[in-house]
Design a protein around this ligand. Structure first.
Ligand SMILES: O=C(O)CCC(=O)C(=O)O
Ligand SMILES: [Fe+2]
Length: 254
């Protein structure tokens, strides 16, 4: 099956050696040279930033490295439209660090303070998203590689109706515990080397276990939407900041 058929049928595929070793190291070195505190980030107790979010808009040189013509073509072939950058996330898992339970991305219920109503996460901004996960270190079963399952639907509401019944799952798009086994048993492990990529629909259930090795498991995940829905980066960033500010004010007022 070619990658377009795989994407349409399963919602994901892996391309080995997509970037050369040299280019992959340039991407990794560029990200490692950034000051994580200048970006939205999450840290482990020892101070290691295991997640740094939305790097690309401030680092055009990084975009020039990873957003090659070849990548554009692959993503456009899959989504059936030109692509527009939506967000990104560098994930660097250290030994015994963060675990990601089975979840889908972006299909969470959230109150939007600008629109003054409950909205559907990323689907407030566009109807279709596509992820590329760039492997920036070896990814193995031992160091907590991503595991991915076939998508069940292209509609976030399908997952909300079928799986997200309690408050936590509704607001995080993480599957309740009773469904974890089903996903553990049906997943493909995305093992590979630096420079390999996984392209996937954010509505494919995915998860990753802890890193049991001394080396970091590094990946860079970039999300795009279709051009027909426009560039929504600044609007979604505005909404996120408004929500944080309004919630903080609410807490301060208590
Ligand atoms: O990098 C991983 O292992 C999982 C990351 C992920 O799924 C996420 O941040 O949404
Ligand atoms: Fe995810």
């Amino acid at each position: 099956m070619n990658y377009i058929d795989q994407y349409n049928k399963n919602g994901f595929f892996i391309l080995k050696k997509f970037y050369s070793k040299n280019l992959s190291h340039k991407i990794l070195n560029k990200i490692n040279s950034l000051d994580a505190d200048k970006y939205e980030n999450s840290k482990e107790k020892n101070g290691h930033a295991f997640r740094i979010t939305n790097i690309s808009k401030k680092n055009k040189d990084l975009v020039d490295l990873y957003l090659t013509k070849k990548l554009r073509k692959v993503l456009q072939d899959c989504i059936g439209d030109k692509i527009v950058y939506f967000k990104d996330k560098y994930v660097s898992k250290q030994k015994d660090g963060r675990v990601f339970v089975p979840h889908i991305d972006g299909a969470f219920k959230v109150y939007n303070y600008r629109l003054k109503k409950q909205m559907n996460g990323w689907f407030t901004y566009a109807s279709k998203f596509i992820h590329v996960q760039i492997l920036l270190s070896p990814n193995t079963l031992k160091n907590g590689c991503l595991h991915i399952c076939k998508k069940e639907s292209d509609d976030p509401k399908y997952y909300q109706k079928k799986y997200f019944k309690d408050k936590r799952s509704k607001t995080t798009s993480e599957f309740p515990k009773k469904f974890h086994k089903k996903f553990y048993n049906s997943a493909t492990a995305v093992t590979g080397k630096i420079g390999d990529i996984l392209v996937f629909n954010p509505l494919c259930p995915h998860f990753s276990h802890t890193n049991n090795t001394k080396s970091k498991r590094n990946t860079f995940l970039v999300t795009f939407n279709g051009k027909k829905d426009g560039d929504k980066y600044y609007l979604s960033d505005y909404d996120k900041k408004l929500s944080l500010k309004t919630r903080k004010k609410f807490i301060d007022d208590q």
